[in-house]
Design a protein around this ligand. Structure first.
Ligand code: ATP
Ligand code: MG
Length: 434
């Protein structure tokens, strides 16, 4: 046997059990997003590298060391997207759906960052992202946060913490940056290696250093809040009012700066204490300058992204069983004639809206019943020589083993009656029968 090939480091296979957990999150998210009038957009995974340098910022960790970039066969420099906002803005400008319009959009899919893989941190990971364009006021910022709150509630998560900050406009951030660098220069001897590297390139990032040795220096750093322009300050206070009014708890964290350059005014992050070091489950903020920066007309905007791997882990920790989609019946076929009739019987049942797994590849009664059990179906439907002769079918309830025989033409009603207690299933079945 030759050596088996393994997956790329940091890129995971999601097996069916895990996918079922993801689907629960995705379905919950879709309901919440639609409740707020957001519409799905689907965007390419590959973009021109320049897009990310111009939006996320050429001096950021993501662009400096985490991107999967390569030249294609024609020498064009391309990158596997590390996040979704840049591509969404690019698409908005290119398709002309941003200018003078209000757009509420969402997307979901894989993102790629060459980070050190560890629990909760992967090289291919998945986000649900939300972007809204054309609203400058803080009611939009509040709406984005309410959406998160509603999603956490739908998934049964409690104990998530909201941290909030304002970065002001690009101009007041630049003024603050000069003052911060001036202060940090006086502390140069005490800065760790990471901070020294960031000092010239991205000094604000030093503020969210996790190194305990840096905390004292950070605590004594000048306060970004004092540099906020009046309009940004009013915006932030307005948002605080909306949140208090809705009873949404938050902590103001003046050291929350986020790793992407495009943010202005509001930034926020949702964290949990249940996932260890990788504690952020979602983050976002306002990026009023980005559309113009990428060549569009000035358009205010804000958004957020949540990490599916981390949410799925939270859901798993929460326990409780969740059954994904299971077949209503497993068709056991015994003998040549049963096999011949079985395929078309299964089709008729599916026509009625039922989910049927049909035995494939033969096998004796015992083997087939074992497969039926493993399929998760509620009923095994046995078609053997006797049943073929009598146009009947034997139904075995796989939960209690009870067995009964009915006419084949009663089978659909029986299965619909016993399986479609679930409202949604019933609606689909009714639809098909009409
Ligand atoms: P972190 O501080 O954990 O590195 P981030 O600030 O880089 O997060 P964002 O770029 O804001 O994260 O992305 C939003 C969300 O996507 C994060 O809150 C997190 O849940 C998830 N996420 C980001 N990077 C990864 C990764 N490498 N693996 C898994 N999930 C990730
Ligand atoms: Mg990161």
């Amino acid at each position: 046997m030759s050596k088996a090939i393994q997956a790329v480091r940091g890129m995971n296979d999601l097996l069916p059990e895990v996918v079922e957990r993801w689907q629960r999150i995705e379905a919950g998210a879709r309901d919440v997003l639609h409740a707020y009038g957001y519409r799905e957009i689907r965007l390419p995974i590959l973009e021109k590298s320049e897009l990310f340098a111009r939006s996320i910022g050429s001096q950021t960790d993501i662009v400096e060391k985490e991107m999967y970039s390569f030249e294609d066969r024609h020498g064009e420099n391309l990158t596997l997207r590390p996040e979704g906002t840049a591509g969404c803005v690019r698409a908005g400008i290119e398709n002309g759906f941003l200018h003078n319009q209000i757009q509420r959009l969402w997307y979901a899919g894989p993102m790629f960052r060459h980070e050190r893989p560890q629990k909760g941190r992967y090289r291919q990971f998945h986000q649900i992202g939300v972007e809204a364009f054309g609203i400058e006021s803080a009611d939009l910022d509040a709406e984005l946060i309410f959406m998160c709150v509603r999603l956490w509630r739908a998934l049964g998560f409690d104990g998530l913490t909201l941290q909030l900050n304002s970065l002001g406009t690009l101009e007041c951030r630049a003024a603050y940056r000069r003052e911060l660098v001036h202060y940090l220069e006086t502390q140069r001897g005490k800065l760790d290696e990471d901070s020294l590297r960031r000092l010239d390139r991205n000094p604000l990032r030093i503020l969210d250093s996790k190194n305990p040795a840096m905390q004292e220096i950070i605590a004594a750093a000048p306060d970004l809040f004092e540099h906020l322009d009046d309009a940004s300050r009013a915006h932030f206070e307005r948002l605080g009012d909306y949140l208090r009014q809705a009873g949404v708890a938050f902590t103001v964290n003046p050291r929350l700066v986020r790793g992407l350059d495009y943010y202005t005014r509001t930034v926020f992050e949702w964290t949990t204490d249940r996932l260890g070091a990788q504690s952020a489950v979602g983050a976002g903020g306002r990026y009023d300058g980005l559309v113009e920066q990428l060549g569009g007309r000035p358009t205010p905007a804000a958004g957020f992204a949540i990490g599916l791997e981390r949410l799925a882990e939270l859901l798993a920790l929460q326990g409780g069983s969740h059954q994904g989609v299971r077949p209503h019946g497993y068709l056991v076929l015994l003998g040549e004639e049963a096999e011949r009739q079985g395929l078309s019987l299964a089709e008729r049942l599916r026509d009625a809206g039922l989910r049927i797994e049909c035995n494939g590849g033969g096998g004796g009664l015992k083997t087939q019943l074992k497969r039926a059990d493993r399929s998760g179906a509620r009923h095994a439907l046995l078609l053997g020589e006797d049943e073929v002769r009598n146009a009947s079918i034997t139904i075995k309830d796989l939960r209690d083993g009870a067995q009964r025989s009915i006419a084949q033409n009663e089978l659909i009603d029986f299965l619909l009656g016993s399986n479609l207690k679930n409202k949604e299933d019933k609606a689909t079945a009714d639809e098909r029968r009409r």
